[in-house]
Design a protein around this ligand. Structure first.
Ligand code: WT7
Length: 582
């Protein structure tokens, strides 16, 4: 990779990455076909690796289940046959609503073999956001756990006419009770012989993840089967993954991090992917890292901060581990956390940067790439990244090092999204002259490392999850007491930011603790605990521009000034410490 050392070094230019070689490796005979599921399962069976463990699942009570590559190829063929039997046509969306359970893998790979579009949803979302995503994604089929379906989808099913079939997973591996318009997914898998994949090409749509906008409904970023090329290449470049690895990605299935690195990347690389059903619990985590001999681990700064709170001594009591690489994504990882990894686990945490839209890691501190604690890292081989400014008209690269601008990426990257579903003109806003504008403000130092500064928009980053204020505001406006509302991120020690709301009230409603409690519970009910605001402040009037747009900047300053607000944001931005280990 070309990366000069002075002046505008910073530009990382990569012109001819051999993507064709990766395509040939994954697609077999040159018939123009490429299917993620085949690349992730059948390919390994054909190469004699069928008995290797593809998925090692740990249940909440630490029960274990292994699925070999051969079994995964078979199960996904059965799931594909079930979906074909329901009349699923290539390009149709299949939504998935389940926790980290083994069936996630047969479902995802089955959907790809059937030519469908895999669209996993956050189980923590409430009925409102789930319904909005099923509608925008035009899901024809939903595969869900029985409990989540009954609580979050069934009450609004009548309002989802395009949702033709629902396949359910009974609790604890058991069968499903009878419900109108639903069938038992596991029973169908057992009864249906497997089929092979339909003939998808690199350009066939494959997965859909929702990302929040500052305005309008959530937008579904659509990716194609070609993305698997970037997943395999980054699995190797960042994590060095191969057959001998046990790779653990802690992401929730609703996050693209799970699709890319909890499913596709490790399987395409032939590794064993470890999946733990439980949520963050440092003691359990250290136990798993140790007992399961995890070699590569991908998690989030929120999880790392939780571990740091438990202290390095606890980590060191499990020091005998097999870890080679640990990395994080979702929000900035400060230099202190990077070196804490070294102290506590024997390996530094590596920060990686990407987005739902880029589909795979594009900027990273990676072996062979150089590392600089506190920075996001450098552009990976095959990626052209630059700091740009759009002053009015044409985008221009920022020439000087250490100067703030928007991070932009050249478009020839296999996992770049192909567009937003339900978008309304946004496409033209983020693509200019062959560059994709990420919405992140960054600086690049003279050695090509990028440093995160902030977002150009009002996005709230809560525990790595991106929350669009508009979706939260829209739901609060449905309450009769609320006249106007603005939602912003308030600093939080653990989650970085949490959504808080400023609301003005309609006549006849009285601001006070009773109404506050009612609104908070209304929001949790409708939106789920993750999206619901943690606090509501009542104001007489919201600050606005003279065109009537809510000035979230002013609200943010107010949220920061709240007496119980910490000055965390000041502490989090990139820390200047630097050491190159290469
Ligand atoms: C936004 C993307 C994260 C992958 C899954 C999809 C922020 C991500 C970093 C990092 C600072 C980061 C950016 C980005 N972000 N990684 N290493 N340092 N910020 O995530 O929900 O689409 O969010 O997350 O603002 O644009 P997403």
């Amino acid at each position: 990779m070309a990366s000069a050392k002075s002046g505008n070094a910073a530009k990382t230019v990569e012109t001819s990455f051999p993507w064709d070689e990766t395509l040939a490796e994954l697609s077999g005979p040159a018939d123009g076909c490429l299917n993620i599921a085949t690349a992730c399962a059948d390919h390994h069976v054909a190469a004699g690796r069928g008995d290797n463990v593809a998925v090692r699942w740990l249940g909440r009570r630490l029960e274990r289940r292994d699925i070999t590559y051969r079994q995964l190829a078979d199960l996904s063929g059965r799931a594909a046959a079930v979906l074909a039997g329901l009349g699923l046509a290539p390009g149709d969306t299949v939504a998935v609503l389940m926790d980290r359970v083994p069936e996630l893998y047969s479902a995802a790979l089955g959907i790809w073999k059937a030519g469908g579009v895999y669209c996993p949803l956050f189980a923590a979302f409430g009925p409102g956001p789930i319904k909005a995503r099923l509608e925008v994604g035009r899901a024809r089929v939903l595969i869900a756990s029985e409990e989540l379906y009954l609580r979050k989808v069934a009450p609004g099913r009548a309002g989802l006419p395009q949702l033709e079939h629902v396949l359910l997973l009974g609790e604890d591996g058991g069968s499903v009770r009878p419900h109108d318009g639903c069938s038992d997914f596991r029973a169908l898998l057992a009864a249906t012989p497997p089929v092979g994949p339909v003939a998808t090409t690199p350009d066939s749509p494959a997965f859909l993840h929702f990302t929040s906008g500052t305005t309008g409904t959530p937008k579904g970023a659509l990716h194609t089967h070609r993305a698997v090329l970037a997943h395999l290449v980054t699995a190797r470049a960042v994590f060095g993954l191969g057959e001998a690895d046990i790779f653990w990605c802690t992401a929730d299935p609703g996050w693209i991090t799970s699709t890319a690195y909890g499913v596709i990347a490790p399987l395409a690389a032939g590794a064993t992917v470890l999946v733990d059903e439980a949520d963050v619990e440092p003691r359990r985590w250290y136990g798993i890292l140790h007992d399961e001999k995890v070699t590569a681990w991908y998690t989030t700064p929120t999880a790392i901060r939780t571990m740091m709170r438990f202290g390095a001594a606890l980590a060191r009591s499990y020091r005998e581990n097999s870890l080679r690489v640990v990395a994080s994504v979702g929000e900035p990882l400060n230099g202190e956390a990077v070196s804490w990894g070294q102290k506590a686990l024997g390996v530094p945490f590596l920060d990686t940067w990407w987005q739902t839209e880029t589909g795979a890691i594009v900027v990273a501190n990676a072996p062979g790439q150089g590392r600089r604690p506190g920075s996001m890292g450098r552009a990976l081989p095959g990626v052209e990244a630059a700091v740009m400014r759009c002053d009015g008209t044409a985008p221009k690269a920022v020439e000087a090092a250490d100067t703030v601008g928007e991070l932009a990426l050249r478009l020839d990257w296999p996992s770049m999204f192909s567009g937003y579903l339900g978008g309304n003109g946004l496409l033209t806003n983020c693509f200019r002259e062959g560059w994709y504008f990420t919405g992140d403000l960054v600086k690049q130092d003279a050695d090509g490392f990028f440093w995160f500064i902030g977002r150009v928009d009002d996005m709230i980053k809560c525990g790595g999850l991106q929350i669009g204020p508009f979706e939260v505001e829209g739901m609060l406006m449905d309450h009769p007491a609320v006249a106007e509302v603005g939602v912003v991120g308030k600093p939080d020690l653990l989650l970085r930011e949490v959504p808080v709301a400023f609301a003005s009230l309609n006549p006849g409603f009285e601001a006070g603790d009773a109404l506050r409690a009612e609104l908070l519970s209304f929001a949790r009910q409708e939106l789920g605990n993750v999206l619901a605001p943690r606090e509501i402040y009542f104001v007489d009037e919201l600050p606005k521009t003279f065109t009537g747009k809510i000035l979230r900047r002013v609200l943010k300053a107010k949220a920061l000034a709240e007496p119980d607000g910490t000055d965390l944001l000041a502490a989090l931005p990139p820390c200047p410490g630097r050491f190159d280990d290469e």
